[in-house]
Design a protein around this ligand. Structure first.
Ligand SMILES: Cc1cc2nc3c(=O)[nH]c(=O)nc-3n(C[C@H](O)[C@H](O)[C@H](O)COP(=O)(O)OP(=O)(O)OC[C@H]3O[C@@H](n4cnc5c(N)ncnc54)[C@H](O)[C@@H]3O)c2cc1C
Length: 404
């Protein structure tokens, strides 16, 4: 196993770090002040500072760093991208600044690998240019969606059209003013083999029958300007060329999409945890109670040490998963990807909880810490709950002991 980053990634890392330090972090406050904070998502606007920062990052070539395909993106492998994504994880707004934010990254990867030339021209090109955004509509309110074979919404072939019906929710990004399409997962052939029943369909949001019902709240927040939408597909008719890769390929695409996408979240968790630990330590040495810095009271040194050890363990496992993906592909990295998908969000939740504790009452009011806590908690459910990933690790482990 080789976790060494390439010379190019190290140089990009220095540039990304400098840009985050000099341009992104000082403008976070402006970004939040420019948010519309409106209960109706139709009133949401993109903070102008985001477009400014995107233009600057793009001009510097710090753009689409997630894409291993060099004709479309930076051409870095997962191991190299891990370094950059960790840096981006230090700020909630940084991934979008570098056009590296979910769900666009996963959708772009799908279109690069499975999209038709026409889909690439019309949808991938503006996505990679950062002029539009997108969503991924898989989860449904009516069924337990951690089992993807449960999806009931339909993508039925009628002549030369595909007709979509069903209700989805938790479509992240649906409320963004620039969101122009979603990738919809639906049932096409209920009689086919279990993993060939579903399809993915590219759905322009202005197609008649697409009805956005509401934005859900995540721990009480609408997460504007992206939002998480609940959406009805009511007899949505599209030309058959809107299937991605053809009918019945939904599962195959989902596997490919979720492997790298899952570890991108984990890489960012490490950066977010580093930032929380830095703030925790600065506070612990600076603030005094009972005549001593907080760091020297009770078990606080142990707490800090535990956080450092947990972050470093998670980083190593993230790099191992990235290496496995690069070396063996998605199906050769199933244990590592599922393992880190459990470990990283739990680690972040533990670290940020400790940071909130050290900050006392102020911690509960601190937007950054509280938002990080919400993200960590939600990530233990999004992209597959902890239990599903533990189930995968256990299944692969036990398989070693079953007679072939
Ligand atoms: C912030 C956020 C953003 C999201 N963004 C998107 C998005 O962009 N697109 C999208 O399609 N979806 C998105 N989701 C949805 C997410 O992927 C689903 O919520 C998740 O897959 C779980 O499905 P479910 O909610 O139906 O829970 P269920 O399937 O009903 O599961 C509920 C609980 O049952 C337990 N459980 C399930 N399976 C097992 C098992 N095998 N063993 C033991 N216990 C088990 C777990 O505790 C689990 O949390 C998002 C969710 C959140 C919170």
């Amino acid at each position: 196993m080789d976790f060494e980053h390439s010379e190019r990634a190290r140089k990009l890392g220095e540039q990304v770090q400098r840009f985050i330090q000099e341009r992104v972090l000082p403008n976070e406050k402006t970004y939040y002040e420019q948010l519309t904070h409106h209960p109706d998502y139709r009133e949401w606007r993109v903070p102008p500072i985001m477009e400014e920062l995107k233009a600057e990052a793009k001009a510097l070539g710090l753009w689409n760093l997630f894409l291993p395909e060099s004709e479309y993106g930076a051409g870095l492998d997962n191991r190299d991208y891990a370094l950059l994504a960790e840096l981006m994880g230090r700020s909630f707004i940084a991934p979008e600044v570098f056009n590296c934010s979910a769900p666009d990254t996963g959708n772009a990867e799908v279109l690069v690998r499975y999209g038709s030339p026409a889909q690439k021209d019309k949808w991938l090109a503006p996505l990679l240019a950062g002029t539009i955004r997108s969503g991924f509509s898989m989860t449904e309110p009516a069924v337990a969606s951690s089992d993807a074979t449960n999806m009931q919404a339909t993508a039925t072939i009628e002549g030369d059209e595909v007709v979509l019906n069903g209700q989805k929710w938790w479509t992240t990004g649906l409320g963004h003013p620039h969101c122009k399409f979603v990738i919809f997962m639906g049932l096409t052939d209920p009689n086919a083999e279990r993993h060939s029943r579903h399809s993915m369909v590219l759905v322009p949001l202005d197609t008649p029958g697409v009805k956005i019902l509401r934005m859900l709240t995540a721990f009480g927040h609408l997460d504007e300007p992206h939002g998480h939408g609940e959406v009805l597909f009511d007899n949505v008719r599209l030309p058959i060329d809107h299937f991605i890769a053809g009918p019945g390929r939904g599962f195959e695409i989902a596997q490919g999409r979720l492997g790298p996408g899952r570890i991108h979240h984990c890489m960012r968790c490490i950066g977010a945890a580093e930032r929380a630990l830095e703030r925790m330590c600065a506070r612990a040495v600076d603030r005094v109670a009972f005549g001593k810095p907080l760091a020297n009271l009770g078990g606080n040194r142990d707490v800090i040490a535990n956080c450092r050890m947990a972050i470093d363990q998670a980083r190593l496992l993230t790099l191992k998963a990235a290496w496995a993906l690069d070396t063996h592909g998605v199906f050769g990295a199933l244990t590592d990807v599922s393992a880190i998908k459990v470990i990283a969000p739990n680690m972040l939740q533990m670290v940020v909880d400790a940071a909130i504790q050290i900050f006392g009452g102020e911690g509960v009011a601190d937007r950054e810490l509280v938002t990080t806590m919400g993200i960590a908690r939600a990530l233990r459910i999004a992209d597959g709950p902890d239990e599903v990933h533990r189930g995968m690790v256990a299944r692969l482990e036990l398989a070693k002991y079953q007679p072939s």
